[in-house]
Design a binder for this molecule. Structure first.
Ligand SMILES: [Zn+2]
Length: 262
């Protein structure tokens, strides 16, 4: 084969392969839709991410009650929006997962994102196949307290209804882990971030727990997608638990809790 012909052939093969990957990705990644007529099932899969004894001890101590504050938070907030569903989410604890999810690329190209999404799909598929149906799956990677990897970014994908949460393995930190899990869970339901990506500070008004209080500072609560309590103009704190969080009206609109009635 002549050199030019070989390159042409290579290019076409590569393009076909890319197209096939894209089709597969789109096929597998249908967006998650929830109508709130019945509770959304949320499956939590714990992972011992650093194989430390302290992490293992915390994992062994987890049971369904370790995530009860997530259910309470959704019930309380849904009631404020008159959702008519006592328990919008039902959290279930699944058995421990023995491997780590594929590492998230730092600043990925489109192709890298696609490749990661595919690897992620296959990784999730190992654990519960296609059986999860409309359930949302949160993979919670635990690190021993003090391990900086516990602070890695968490994420939630609406396509496929999958959340990846990183956190610390201790009873005291579990309420913060659940705050992060609720944030990522809301991403899977269509909510967007409401904080400044550069500074990490909540954006007013949508990212504030109480955007119209006077005086505006200090805020007492975090909007769940704002992610932090804005104590003063330059100072925002991660709240200790979901007791200090609300679903703001912009988030409520995004997840279908609040709509314009004609
Ligand atoms: Zn987020």
């Amino acid at each position: 084969m002549r050199r030019a012909a070989l390159f042409a052939w290579l290019r076409i093969t590569l393009l076909t392969l890319l197209l096939a990957l894209l089709c597969l990705y789109l096929l597998l990644a249908l967006p998650h839709r929830v109508d709130w007529h019945s509770p959304v099932r949320v499956r939590i899969y714990p992972i011992n991410a650093d194989h430390q004894p302290a992490t293992a001890r915390h994992l062994a101590s987890l049971d369904a009650s370790s995530f009860a504050d997530m259910e309470r938070f959704f019930s309380r907030e849904a009631k404020r929006y008159r959702l008519g569903l006592d328990k919008p989410i039902l959290v279930e604890l699944e058995p421990e997962v023995q491997s780590l999810p594929p590492a998230v690329p730092e600043t990925p190209s489109i192709l890298q994102s696609l490749w990661w999404a595919l690897k992620m799909k296959l990784w999730v598929w190992q654990y519960d196949g296609w059986s999860a149906g409309g359930d949302i799956r949160i993979f919670m990677s635990f690190y021993a307290p003090g391990n900086p990897l516990g602070l890695q970014h968490s994420l939630g994908m609406q396509k496929g209804g999958i959340g990846l949460v990183n956190g610390f393995a201790s009873a005291e930190r579990q309420s913060v882990n659940n705050f992060v899990a609720a944030h990522e869970l809301l991403h899977t339901l269509g909510a967007s971030d409401k904080y400044d990506m550069q500074t990490g500070q909540p954006l007013w008004p949508d990212g504030f727990g109480d955007p119209v209080q006077t005086p505006l500072f200090p805020q007492q609560r975090a909007e769940i997608m704002g992610g932090r309590v804005q104590v003063s103009p330059g100072w925002a704190l991660l709240p200790p638990s979901l007791d200090f969080a609300v679903v703001g009206s912009a988030t409520a609109i995004e997840i279908g809790w609040l709509a314009v009635h004609e």
